[in-house]
Ligand binder design. Structure first.
Ligand code: SF4
Length: 314
């Protein structure tokens, strides 16, 4: 359903400075699949999702939706055309809802822009409020009258009322309490099953991503370092970064967590400004070799649908 080839998003931040937020991502997402995208803060996950659906202008590369090339820069007409198919659920349920609009106007805005009559909008908003676990009476209220979990449900209803086929979920659970996270993830999975949705699920909670995703992709400093079936990437990670990321993921069982050897990723993520050749992870990698600093690793297929960009496998 979705394909990107060498997709790049750079931000020019000074006369001679360019921030390489996304630097050549090639991936595919099949129909009715959930692809989990993980990585540390600053790895470019959210920028990739926003660029894919036209919220950022693409710097280079190509993106396709069902074989049709998506424009690098979405015009207002493109946004209207593709909003029926491509939607987004935002990370912050407090910032992503306009505090001056009622829930009816927030959720129904997409339908109103398409010229739907007010009575239809009210009926659809009532249906979607129930579908996401809220009450139709809530449509006359304002966002400040809801908890974080309820606000995120409003954000989900706003994306779903258009009946999209592909949804970018940008860290939809990271601002929520742990008890509410599972409810929202189960709701997304239920909607995926019943509506045949395809999702790009961006998060940094690896256990949650493994639980919800069919396939997992790992980003580091704007590049894709590993991708494959979720269980293969989670239980048999191959890239040194994925291995450290998963080793530093806390165990749910406290007894198991106490016996686990302490492992962490040394140092800070390198600045994404004016990057040169070589492996982006070289400064922090425990397996670094001399040529890693000046030769950029390319993705290598190591098993069915499992690929790694690392000189250890080339
Ligand atoms: Fe480590 Fe080299 Fe592989 Fe990069 S290419 S992850 S530095 S071994």
């Amino acid at each position: 359903m979705i394909k990107t080839i060498d997709l790049k998003k750079h931000f020019v931040i000074g006369r001679k400075q360019t921030l390489h937020a996304v630097d050549g991502i090639s991936l595919e997402i099949a129909e009715n699949e959930i692809l989990g995208l993980v990585g540390e803060s600053g790895s470019g996950k959210s920028t990739f999702g926003k660029t894919l659906i036209g919220l950022h202008e693409r710097t280079a590369g190509a993106a396709f939706y069902r074989g049709e090339p998506l424009p690098a820069r979405f015009t207002a007409r493109d946004h209207l055309k593709y909003s029926t198919d491509l939607q987004m659920i935002f990370q912050d349920p407090y910032a992503s809802l306009n505090p001056r609009m009622t829930v009816l106007d927030i959720i129904g805005e997409g339908l109103a822009l398409k010229g739907a009559p007010r009575s239809d909008i009210q009926q659809r908003v009532g249906y979607w409020l129930e579908r996401v676990g809220l009450h139709p009476d809530h449509m006359s209220r304002y966002p400040h009258e809801f908890s974080g979990g309820q606000r995120q449900r409003i954000g989900i209803a706003r994306a779903m009322i258009i009946e999209p086929t592909f949804v970018v979920c940008d860290e939809p659970i990271s601002a929520l309490d742990v008890s509410v996270q599972a409810q929202v993830v189960n709701l997304l999975q239920d909607l995926k099953q019943s509506l045949g949705l395809t999702l790009l699920f961006i998060a940094h909670d690896l256990s949650m991503v493994r639980y919800i995703s069919d396939r997992m992709a790992v980003m580091y400093l704007g590049t894709l370092v590993e991708s494959g079936p979720s269980n293969a990437v989670f239980f048999e990670p191959k890239h040194p970064y994925t291995q450290l990321l998963i080793a530093s993921n806390p165990e749910a069982d406290p007894a198991l967590e106490r016996t686990k050897p302490t492992q962490y990723i040394a140092g800070e993520i390198t600045s994404p400004i004016n990057l040169g050749p070589g492996c982006r992870f070289a400064d922090r990698c425990p397996s670094v070799m001399s040529h890693c600093h000046n030769e950029t690793p390319t993705p290598t297929i190591i098993a069915t649908d499992h690929q790694v960009a690392c000189h250890l496998y080339q």
